[in-house]
Each structure stands twice: as structure tokens, then as C-alpha cells.
Ligand binder design. Sequence first.
Ligand code: URA
Length: 286
Amino acid sequence: MTEAAFAPQDAAALLRWYVDHGIDETIGEEAIDRFALPPPAAVAAAAASAASTPASSPAAPTPIRAPAAPAVVRAPVPLESPQLAEDAREVSRRAATIAELEEAVRAFEGCALKRTAKNTVFADGVAGAPVMIVGEAPGADEDRLGKPFVGVSGQLMDRMFAAIGMSRERDLYITNILFWRPPGNRTPTLSEQAICLAFTRRHIELARPKIVVLAGGTAVKAVLNTTEGITRLRGKWATLTLDDGSEVPALPTFHPAYLLRTPASKRQSWADLLSLDKRLKDLGVR
Ligand code: URA
């Protein structure tokens, strides 16, 4: 009798390990269209082979799915092309309102992440609120529900802002630099960030917040166009200059997911929140 390579409990433990490390989807980074028709060369070879079959040979089984139309081979989209970020900039510039921008993001097909995501995650909270929070990317919960920061890290973020009397129902507008979940929560590529960032910069212009809070190193690096790490930058006010020439004070702070892993850093985040509260009071917003 051959022994099983894995005891069932080992396989379950392995699956749990995958999920703990964010590997919760059996997909690749690129969707494979298994319904795509074969390229013309393969079609021609198959036709030639069928033509050479003697007439007396037994009839071939009827194919379940006969090709309904001549083979059309789609040109692969070059997913890392800088042209895609330029396209995103062009499309976003044409949006005159947040609603138009949202429509443009939902219709945009130039970001590979959209192919594997369940939902486009655009924003939550009050458009036009004094504080706009920009995070990194939707996770599994956000992808499922179509709203940013609704999982455990979002719940921590809500509690932190509630501690200074702010809520997404009244004073916060929340988005991410990416509108689609990267498979398995992997770090978004620079190309994916550049494409979505074009929309996010326009999003900030149109929302006209008094202050932008940048949650986590990826958002800080992308929005402030810096290579400095979050540990150095958190709590230090920066000025974000937008494409229309307007300037917005920006506060880098730790990502709530980092705080869940490193609770000792909550002390620094509390200092950031107090600094935000003071700045809002200085601006006469609170
Ligand atoms: N992390 C983010 O950066 N954004 C979300 O929306 C959720 C988790």
C-alpha cells in the first residue's frame, strides 16, 4: 500500500499558512482567457490536418463548441507601458467632477489589476470633507464590498479618528492610490501605481480637502514622489503640489495594518492625530 504524501491535517495546515501569508486566491497575476480562439496558424494547421484525413475514416466526434466566428486574435496589452499612465492622466484631466472621475476610473481598462479584482474600490465618506485619507490598495474585504478601509485595519482607522471626534460619515473622505486589489495583496508594481496615481491626484484636486493624510509608506512614496521611508517621514507635514498648481498640506502617518502588527507604534500615530487636530483648528475647520 502506498502512503499518502501528506496527512490531511498537514494539508490543512499548509492551506492555513498560505492564507496567513495573503495567498488566498488560486489565480495568476495575469488572467488567462481560456475561451480565446487559437491563433490563425493553429487553426490553419488543424484545418490542413482535417483535410488530409481519408474520407473512409470514422467520423470525428462532433465538437461541443464549434467556432462561431473567424478567429480574432487580440493584441496583448503591454501592461507595463508608460503610455497607460499617460492615458490615465489624459482621461482624468477630462473629468470635471468627482462623479465623472469615478465613472472614468470604472470604465478604464488600462490597469491589469482590474482583471483580477472583483470590484472597483473608489472612495467612501464625504466628498468635500476637510480631511482626505489616501491609503495603499484594497484588501480582500474592500474588494468584496467595493469600499476602502472596511476590513480590520479600516476598523482600527475608524476608532483612531473617532478618538479625535472625526468620522467617515461626517468629516473624512477616504480613498487609496489603487482602485483594484492586487492579487494576494502583493505590493503593487510601479507601473500599476503610476497608472492609478494619475487618477488619485485628480481625485484630490476635485475633492479639494484642507488636509491629505497619507496612510503608509507606499501611499507616501507615490503621492509625495519620494524615496524616503515612512519611519522618517511620519508626523512631518509636507506640501503636496497638484497639477492645477494648488497646494495641500499632507501628513504622512503609519498604515493601520502596520499598527495592528506593531501596537507599540500607536503612540506615534496618536501624536500624528493630535497634530492633525491642531492643524485643523489652526485652519479654523474645527
Ligand atoms: N489597506 C489600504 O491601504 N486600503 C484599504 O482600503 C484597505 C486596507
